[in-house]
Design a protein around this ligand. Structure first.
Ligand SMILES: [Zn+2]
Ligand SMILES: [Zn+2]
Length: 259
C-alpha cells in the first residue's frame, strides 16, 4: 500500500515514531509521501532525520494556506523558502501542501491566493508536482491552477472533500484525486459520489495522519497503518478487489512521484 499524504514529521509523532513506522511496515505500507511545512524549522529538521530511516519515504515542501499570512508583504518569499527547502532536501519530490482554505480563513483570502499562485509558478518552473489543499474555494483554486500552471503542472487534490464537479474538474486538468478516511464517515455521501466519478488511473489514497482517522478509529490520532480501512472502503465503492485497487494506486503514485 502507498500512503500518498501523511504528516510523519508532525510533533504528534515525536513520542513514538519508531512504533508508528514499524506498525506501518507490518501493515504492508511500501511508500509514504511525508508532507512538510516549509515554514516550520522544527518540522523540517524532523523530516531530515526521518527520510533516511526508510527508503520508501519521500517528502514535500510547501506553505499551507493557513500559514500564508506571514507572507502578506511579499508572497514571493514563500516561493523562495520552498525552493530553498526543495534544494536542501534530497528526499523532496513535490510542492505542498499548498492551496486555499476559505473554511477556516486563517489568512486573508487575497494573501492565500498570492502565496498559492507563487508556489504553482514554482512548480511550473521546476517541473515538480503539487499537493493541493482546497476547502470551500473550488473556483479560485481551479482558476489559479489554470492561470499559473500553464497547462503543464500536475499533482493531486489531497484529502478530497469536494463534490463530483470539482473532482471532474481536477481530472480534466490532469490531476490525481486522493481520498482519505473521510470516505469511511457515515455522512460522507458527497465525497463517495465524487470517488465513484474519478477514473481508476487518477485515484490515490492517503491517511493525512495524524488527522482524520478512518472509522472505527475516528477521533483518535491517525497513522499510516490504518490506510487499509480507506483502501477497503474505496474498493467496495468501486466494486473492485482490494488488491487490484492497491496495484492500480501504486502505478498511479509512481506516475506522479519520482522514485
Ligand atoms: Zn490539507
Ligand atoms: Zn495534510
Amino acid at each position: 500500500m502507498i500512503d500518498s499524504h501523511a504528516h510523519l514529521a508532525d510533533e504528534a509523532f515525536v513520542p513514538d515514531l519508531d512504533a508508528v513506522l514499524s506498525r506501518a511496515r507490518a501493515a504492508g505500507l511500501e511508500a509514504i509521501l511525508c508532507v512538510v511545512d516549509a515554514t516550520d524549522a522544527e518540522e523540517t529538521a524532523r523530516a531530515d532525520r526521518l527520510a533516511p530511516r526508510w527508503d520508501g519515504i519521500r517528502t514535500t515542501a510547501g506553505v499551507h494556506p493557513h500559514r500564508a499570512g506571514a507572507f502578506a508583504a511579499r508572497p514571493d518569499a514563500a516561493k523562495d523558502l520552498v525552493a530553498a527547502r526543495l534544494a536542501a532536501d534530497p528526499a523532496a519530490r513535490a510542492i505542498g501542501e499548498i492551496g486555499l482554505d476559505y473554511h477556516y480563513d486563517l489568512a486573508p483570502r487575497g494573501v492565500q491566493r498570492d502565496v498559492f499562485a507563487a508556489q504553482v509558478a514554482l512548480a511550473r518552473e521546476t517541473g515538480r508536482p503539487v499537493v493541493i489543499h482546497t476547502r470551500e474555494a473550488d473556483e479560485d483554486t481551479m482558476a489559479i491552477l489554470r492561470r499559473e500552471g500553464g497547462g503543464c503542472v500536475r499533482g493531486v487534490f489531497h484529502c478530497f472533500s469536494g463534490d463530483r464537479r470539482l473532482a471532474e474538474g481536477a481530472v480534466e486538468l490532469g490531476f490525481h484525486v486522493s481520498f482519505s478516511g473521510l470516505l469511511t464517515f457515515p455522512k460522507a455521501w458527497t465525497i463517495r459520489d465524487a470517488a465513484a466519478a474519478v477514473p481508476l488511473e487518477r485515484l490515490l489514497v492517503e491517511t493525512d495522519a495524524p488527522y482524520l482517522a478512518p472509522v472505527p478509529h475516528r477521533g483518535r490520532r491517525n497513522e499510516p497503518a490504518w490506510l487499509a480501512l480507506t483502501l477497503q472502503a474505496l474498493a467496495g465503492l468501486r466494486g473492485l478487489d482490494r488488491l487490484a485497487l492497491e496495484d492500480r494506486v501504486r502505478l498511479n503514485y509512481r506516475a506522479l512521484v519520482a522514485p
